[in-house]
Design a protein around this ligand. Structure first.
Ligand SMILES: Nc1ncnc2c1ncn2[C@@H]1O[C@H](COP(=O)(O)OP(=O)(O)O)[C@@H](O)[C@H]1O
Ligand SMILES: [Mg+2]
Length: 218
């Protein structure tokens, strides 16, 4: 079963850059790398998946939604099925670790008891429980990325989209974060990880989608 499907997608910009053709899918529970040099269009693919952009031609399917017919009111529902992790972490600077992870559960109206149990569980899973009352600016880059991953998985998404998640980290910390994403995948969550670092990809054996001159095919 597929959770993401790109059908003959073109998303080129007036300057001629961007995605010329994307035609691929990601299965439930799969770990897939999206690789290509800087400017190849990796972040564009992720924006298409969260439907922040609609393709110029072709369609993008995510779960039960399709870009050609999704209504604006459904976009937040689609995004609840997706966890996002960025190179620059993007934590809420005025909230502590616990509140950063609890935030999306509060927004969707989960009970206080559920939130407490779920957040503590996820913080333990990513190995950051001991920092739960710290503010993001007091954490190392690797610790901030653990919090960002906890936030991404707290709502039990179908897929985690990670955009250069190790790009701001030293090699040792990058390896730890990579191992954490693999652990999350082993737990059943699909992961689509964009990176320009071919070296990171070589050692894993996971499927690799390459963006070559704006073209991505299975
Ligand atoms: N909204 C946009 N308008 C015009 N060009 C864009 C836009 N978004 C991205 N691009 C261009 O598309 C190309 C791919 O960008 P991006 O997806 O960010 O690449 P990557 O994440 O692989 O570095 C780049 O050349 C970028 O400048
Ligand atoms: Mg990018």
């Amino acid at each position: 079963m597929k959770i993401i499907r790109f059908n003959n997608v073109r998303q080129s910009y007036p300057n001629g850059e961007g995605i010329q053709l994307a035609d691929f899918s990601v299965g439930r529970g799969e770990f897939v790398f999206l690789v290509g040099p800087s400017g190849a269009g990796k972040s564009t693919i992720l924006k298409l998946i969260i439907m922040a952009e609609r393709p110029r031609s072709g369609t993008v399917e995510v779960g039960e939604y399709i870009s050609s017919s999704i209504r604006p009111g459904q976009v937040p529902l689609l995004r609840r099925q997706i966890g996002m992790v960025f190179q620059d972490f993007r934590l809420l600077q005025d909230r502590n670790v616990y509140e950063n992870v609890a935030f999306s559960l509060r927004v969707i109206g989960k009970s206080g008891a559920y939130i407490k149990k779920r957040v503590l569980r996820v913080l333990a899973d990513v190995g950051i429980s001991h920092k739960r009352y710290q503010m993001p600016q007091n954490l190392s880059g690797g610790e901030q990325q653990r919090v960002a991953i906890a936030r991404a998985i707290v709502n039990e998404p179908l897929v985690v989209l990670a955009d250069e998640p190790t790009g701001n980290l030293d090699p040792e910390t990058a390896k730890d974060i990579m191992e954490l994403l693999v652990k999350i995948n082993i737990g059943g969550t699909a992961v689509l990880m964009a990176t320009h670092n071919y070296h990171l990809v070589e050692q894993t054996g996971f499927r690799v989608l390459k963006i070559d001159a704006g073209v991505i095919r299975e």
